[in-house]
Every structure is written in C-alpha cells, then in structure tokens.
Design a protein around this ligand. Structure first.
Ligand SMILES: N[C@@H](CCC(=O)N[C@@H](CS)C(=O)NCC(=O)O)C(=O)O
Length: 319
C-alpha cells in the first residue's frame, strides 16, 4: 500500500481484519462527482463538469467493483465519452500493473507503470490502497472518485445528454427497493465472498460462507417467483451489482474462496438471470473469464504456486 505517497511493502490482499479474523475492506477516499453543470455532487467539491473526452476510467477486468462501472458505461453508451485503461489481471508486488497481458493496456494517458502512481499523481502524500476503479480527470489531472458505487451513479445521471438518457439505472420510483437490495447484497454476497475467501479463522470463514449461501438461496427464490430482474421488469444498478459477483462465482469464488456448497450453475433461476444480464447489449464485452481466473488465482497467499485452473466449463453462459 501507499504510505504518505511512498509504496511501502509487497502487495498483500488483506490489510485489516476485525476481532474475529474477518476481512475488512478499505473505505474509498476520493469522493467528488461529475455533474452536468460542474456543481458539487452529494460529496466532495465542485468543478467536475461532464464533457466528452475529459474523463478516463482505470479498471481491472478481474475486479467486480470496477466491472460495475464498465457495465454502466456500456449501458449508458458512454464509450466515446469516457476512455478506459485495463490493468493486467495479476496483482504484482506493487499492486495493479499496466502491461501487455491480452486485453490489458499500457497507460498512454499518464505513462504510469502501476496504478499506485495514479494515486500519487493526484495526491503526493496519499496513504492507503491503490484500488480500482479510478475515475480520472484529464483536465484537472486528478482523481475524481475511486468508489464504484458513486461512479455508477454519476455515469447514470451526471453526464446528461452525453449519455443515453432513456436508460435509467436508478429510477426515482425504485430507489427504496434498490437501496434496500444493495444494503443486503453487498455485505452478504458482493463482499461476503471476499470475507469467505480471506477469512483467517474458521469462525470468520463459516460465518461469511453461510451468509453467501443464505443470500443466494433467497435470490434464487425471488427471481424464480418474480423477474426478470431484481426489482421486477426494470434492469437497475442493483442488477449490475449482483451480476458482477454471480459471473465470477464458478470461475473464482467456488474454488479459490471456498464458497463451495454449490455452484451458480446449480441454481436454475440465478443461472438464467446471469445469462439474461450477460446478453444485454455491451455487457459481454466487459467480462473476461481469462482475466478473472488469472487475477484471482494470482493471489499468492491463497494460491502459492499461482496455477490457474483449466475449468470450469462455462459454455452454458456462452463463455
Ligand atoms: N470501494 C471500492 C473497492 C474497490 C476494490 O476493493 N478494488 C479492489 C479490486 S477488486 C482493488 O483494487 N484492490 C487492490 C488493493 O486492495 O490493493 C469500490 O467499490 O470502488
């Protein structure tokens, strides 16, 4: 991680644990918002007006949080408005690295070798983990925001007519439902799989494991009873947040994170739902099973020899 702007130690997946040995994720620190007129958003300062070509996303295709933002960019048809760089899937000793892995890019914008350099370019004394996604402002040469939940919302409504305004991923009438779903799905499932995989005690592992499957069971019943999406007929950001975890489940979480009570493929309604989301225009372009497998299985503390599994067979999803 970075301490006072200096890279300090080899990258480790777990920075903080709770009293029971459970994995604790760092809180994001750049919280400004792009808005149609440049006024301040719900947090942070003003001065980030929506403009075509001004903003850039740094992402990893292995990362579910970064993938949320990539999917939103696609669905809002912001491809020509916001440029993207994809890091290599394997975490290096200095965290995310730019390079030549198929599907990854060099950093043509800032000429950085590692994502942590983007952070110190924005704040020379930054302390914390250099996470993706990062929304970068080419004009002010700084990070606008590094919290995917915020970035999804600003891509949804901060770019006005530069985006497809007929798509609303956070419609007013569904906000309570979406917020309630997010609040439960994030701890038990999105972050729950990480808490399962990175637990350092049996108690923390089992608690997280049961939370993951209780939520999957509940969502299976919900989607079998009423769909096609989480809130019914409208596809929303809650679906994006669920999808990014489901699509990684059999390839990474089932094996590496020991979430192995059953596979996504063993849940008929959740599998059909995953395929439905994958088939929305542009979504498939944001998914690389190759990056997902190489990325997760590169985590040395969980897989010391870094062998990448050949399976699973994901042909039912067309992957
Ligand atoms: N709160 C952040 C979390 C992002 C996050 O944890 N990203 C992970 C990848 S999945 C990361 O970059 N980890 C690198 C590190 O922790 O050093 C968000 O949702 O945007």
């Amino acid at each position: 991680m970075l301490v006072n702007g200096k890279w300090t130690e080899d990258w480790q997946p777990v920075q903080a644990t709770d009293a029971k040995g459970g994995f604790v994720r760092q809180v994001s620190s750049f919280r400004n918002w792009v808005t149609p007129d440049g006024s301040a958003g719900p947090t942070g300062e003003s001065g980030f007006q929506a403009e075509a070509g001004r903003y850039h996303l740094y992402v990893a295709l292995i990362c579910p949080w970064a993938s949320r933002t990539l999917i939103t960019r696609k669905l809002k048809t912001l491809d020509d408005v916001i440029s993207v760089s994809v890091v290599e899937p394997a975490l290096s000793d200095q965290g995310w690295r730019f390079g030549d892995f198929p599907g990854a890019n060099r950093d043509d914008l800032n000429g950085a070798s590692y994502v942590h350099e983007i952070y110190t370019r924005a704040d020379a004394t930054f302390t914390g983990r250099a996470t993706v996604p990062v929304l970068w402002d080419k004009e002010r040469k700084t990070i606008v925001n590094n919290e995917s939940a915020d970035i999804v919302r600003m891509l949804n409504s901060g770019f006005g007519a530069l985006a497809d305004e007929s798509v609303d991923l956070y419609p007013e009438a569904l906000r309570n439902d979406i917020d309630a779903l997010n609040e439960r799905i994030y701890p038990s499932l999105n972050n729950g799989v990480y808490r399962t995989g990175f637990a350092t005690t049996q108690v923390a592992y089992e608690e997280a494991f049961h939370g993951v499957f209780a939520m999957l069971d509940e969502l299976e019943t919900r989607l079998a009873a009423s769909g096609p999406f989480l809130t019914g007929g409208t596809f929303t950001e809650a679906d994006i947040r669920l999808f990014v975890t489901l699509i990684r489940f059999d390839a990474a979480y089932y094996g590496l994170f020991k979430c192995n009570r059953q596979r996504l493929a063993d849940y008929p309604a959740l599998s059909a739902y995953t395929k439905r989301v994958l088939d929305l225009p542009g979504v498939r372009d944001t998914v690389s099973i190759d990056h997902i497998k190489h990325g997760y299985y590169s985590i040395k503390s969980l897989n010391p020899h870094r062998i990448v599994p050949v399976g699973p067979d994901l042909s039912a999803l067309g992957l």
